[in-house]
Design a protein around this ligand. Structure first.
Ligand SMILES: *Cc1c(COP(=O)(O)O)cnc(C)c1O
Length: 386
């Protein structure tokens, strides 16, 4: 059996090595390292893939969130609602801009932001909601957009974990995640579903005026060279990363299909094991994994293990040569940097429980059935004997 890895970047690279190596060398000899034709071409190809009017590449997914908030003109004191159970980047940029983060609980089935908790948290100071399509599953966008419309709020989608995913609205229309709210962001960090070989990110919007504002912000607030109209940042995707992303974008659907296949095999093996709760989408397909609408692109395959020593399971798997992850071990509202006396523990019952139960298994495009069998047998052995 091949050595099991949490993410197998090498195996994926080897399949596209020739093309990637050649195009990287071409960029190097072209010397168009910044804002070169490769960046322009990638931008257009991603716009076409996502069916969105504007893609603005930038340096990483955290910048993308920050720039989206700057572009919307959010001001210090404005409240921004986001999920308590996610990676810290989301709340970090809210705080960094002097905005007031308002963390809310998540849904125990989808792990995504809880719509009732969002509704309850809205005040006259609320300006925006930031749903995160966590682990690759689309957040409840219909409900969020409705709530945002009613209260005149912006919706900023953190799509760092769900690129290539599709959201199906109640009316049957389908859109790529990240293109439904007023603005969306993503990350091309190597382990993401569409990863480059360094740092990268992008912002998406269908709003022409907002796109124009953001294109200036990423470039020192310049719309005309050396005229700085707004305070901006320096956040660029470089041409080498862009050419790598151009090689990988046509394979994204295939990559996500491989992830879904691995997820399906995992879930099948865990059927009937009482203490294991497998991840699910909104769609009632067999095994709870949607084959119809691609709502879940499995950036992570995350189980809940009930009445089990989760940390003991992590240690047991590691001893068997199976890497795994705990995303995320601490709720954001309990992190020192984001603690706030206004928070009540009772309002975070789900997150407080999830951080004790979640475990993410190896998930990438190169997993094979032998590895999946080995992993699932070890998990079941520990869970059923404890
Ligand atoms: C990875 C990630 C980010 C940050 O992306 P970087 O490119 O690492 O800055 C933001 N939000 C979420 C949910 C992420 O998973």
């Amino acid at each position: 059996m091949k050595k099991i890895q949490m993410v197998d970047l090498k195996g994926q690279y080897e399949k596209i090595k020739e093309q990637v190596d050649q195009s990287v060398l071409e960029v190097i000899s072209s010397t168009a390292y910044i804002n070169g034709p490769e960046v322009q071409a990638f931008q257009q190809e991603l716009e076409a893939y996502l069916d969105v009017k504007h893609v603005i590449p930038c340096a990483n997914g955290t910048d993308a969130l920050q720039i989206a908030m700057m572009g919307l003109g959010l001001q210090p004191g404005d409240e921004v609602i986001t999920a308590d159970f996610t990676f810290a980047a989301t709340v970090e940029v809210i705080a960094l801009l002097g905005l007031t983060p308002v963390l809310v609980d998540v849904d125990p089935v989808s792990f995504n932001i809880d719509i009732e908790a969002v509704a309850k948290a809205i005040t006259p100071k609320t300006k925006a909601i930031v749903p995160v399509h966590l682990f690759g599953l689309a957040a409840p966008m219909d409900e969020l957009m409705e709530l945002a419309k009613k209260h005149e709020l912006y919706v900023i989608e953190d799509n760092a974990q769900a690129i290539g995913g599709t959201y199906t609205s109640k009316d049957g229309s389908k859109k790529k995640t990240g293109t439904i709210g007023h603005v969306g962001s993503t990350s091309f960090f190597p382990s993401k579903n569409l990863g480059c070989y360094g740092d990268g990110g992008a912002i998406f919007t269908n709003d022409d005026a907002l796109a124009h504002t953001i294109r200036g912000i990423v470039n020192h607030g310049m719309y005309v060279r050396y005229h700085h109209d707004v305070v901006g940042v320096n956040s660029r995707l470089d041409s080498i990363q862009a050419t790598i992303l151009r090689a990988k974008l046509p394979l994204l659907d295939q990559y996500n299909a491989s992830r879904r296949n691995a997820a399906r095999a995992y879930t099948k093996a865990f059927q009937g094991v009482e203490k294991i709760v497998t991840p699910t989408g909104f769609c009632d397909a067999a095994l709870g994994i949607c084959d119809v609408c691609d709502c879940h692109v499995f950036h992570q395959y995350t189980l809940r293990v009930l009445d089990t020593d989760r940390d003991g399971l992590v240690a047991f798997l590691n001893k068997r040569g199976i890497p795994c992850g705990v995303y995320y071990p601490i709720p954001l509202h309990l992190q020192k940097a984001y603690a706030d006396t206004r928070y009540q523990e009772a309002d975070f019952a789900v997150t407080n429980q999830l951080v004790k139960e979640v475990i993410s298994l190896p998930m990438h495009t190169e997993l094979d059935n032998e590895q999946i069998d080995y992993i699932t047998q070890a998990v079941i052995e520990f869970v059923t004997s404890s």
